[in-house]
Design a protein around this ligand. Structure first.
Ligand SMILES: NC(=O)c1ccc[n+]([C@@H]2O[C@H](COP(=O)([O-])OP(=O)(O)OC[C@H]3O[C@@H](n4cnc5c(N)ncnc54)[C@H](OP(=O)(O)O)[C@@H]3O)[C@@H](O)[C@H]2O)c1
Length: 255
């Protein structure tokens, strides 16, 4: 249960808040509606000891799983798959049943964009036989046999825009991006991020060795955020922001 700080209201579940958010309805013509989810320290570090395990508590995990619950597909960076491993995205049968009842596929596709196809093929994501995976790549390299049903989509110009255009053609309207920071920076630079769900973990590390939420280069101008809601659960804050003028951001600033 999450306390509603802004706008104020009675306590609520993540499932209820996200069902009411109807994220897919905001999808423009040519791409899905893209909402990113991160957990960071209060000083903006997206890792602790090189990964996310020590950052988020149970309420953060619950929010992440419920975000997956409303997504048609889940975009995740290859660096994140390498570190976090992953597995079947919606592992809980009740959650899959709720998705099916809402008219969604029981398992959202996992989506990876990898220009070089240098992927951690031994990661849990590729070992899950029930987890559909779509890999967009600009490489002609082969891919090994893995347990997960993986579709390799070769793009002449392997950009996030091209991948998102193809996803929309496949009917993906609500696209959750779980990072990591480098992919997020590129998507933001390309004007493709509509919302940011940010969990603030009650920590400060000032550790320059940990990855920040947005590794450089700097944005040409600050991306303006509008706070849609603020929730709390125990010591964690859950902030939902709309990213202004996503479509206008300059493509040339991406990595
Ligand atoms: N706190 C959180 O919520 C959170 C969330 C996720 C991850 N993390 C942490 O972040 C770390 C991993 O993140 P990361 O930033 O290193 O990697 P990442 O963003 O997960 O993945 C980066 C990879 O994405 C691919 N990519 C595709 N298109 C790209 C583009 N336009 N620009 C840049 N990259 C593009 C690149 O592979 P190709 O060169 O093959 O294209 C690149 O190597 C891990 O330590 C993980 O634990 C934290």
């Amino acid at each position: 249960v999450y306390e509603r700080l802004h706008p104020a209201g009675p306590p609520v579940s993540a499932a209820q808040m996200l069902a009411e958010a109807r994220l897919g309805e905001g999808a423009p013509e040519g791409r899905p509606y893209l909402f990113a989810n991160f957990v960071t320290t209060v000083d903006g570090r997206a890792t602790l000891g090189g990964n996310t395990r020590g950052l988020g508590g149970p309420a953060d995990l619950e929010m992440l799983l419920e975000l997956r619950g409303v997504a048609d597909a889940v975009l995740v960076g290859s660096g994140t798959v390498r570190v976090e491993g992953y597995g079947r995205l919606v592992n809980d049968a009740d959650r899959r049943a709720r998705r099916a009842a809402a008219g969604l596929a029981p398992d959202p596709a996992a989506v990876v964009i990898s220009r070089g196809l240098d992927l951690p093929w031994d990661a849990g994501l590729f070992a899950a036989p029930d987890q559909p995976v779509i890999v967009y790549t600009g490489s002609a390299a082969g891919a090994p046999e893995v347990a997960a049903p993986v579709e390799i989509v070769r793009l002449a110009d392997c950009t996030a825009v091209a991948a998102l255009t193809d996803l929309r053609r496949r009917g993906v309207r609500a696209l959750l991006c779980e990072g990591g920071p480098r992919l997020f920076r590129a998507l933001l630079g390309d004007g493709l991020v509509d919302e940011l769900f940010l969990t603030l973990a009650p920590l400060l590390t000032a550790d320059p060795g940990e990855r920040g939420l947005l590794p450089g280069p700097s944005l040409p101008e600050p991306a303006k955020l509008t706070l849609t809601w603020a929730l709390s659960a125990g010591p964690e804050l859950f902030l939902r922001y709309v990213v202004a003028n996503a479509a206008d951001r300059i493509a040339s600033t991406s990595e």
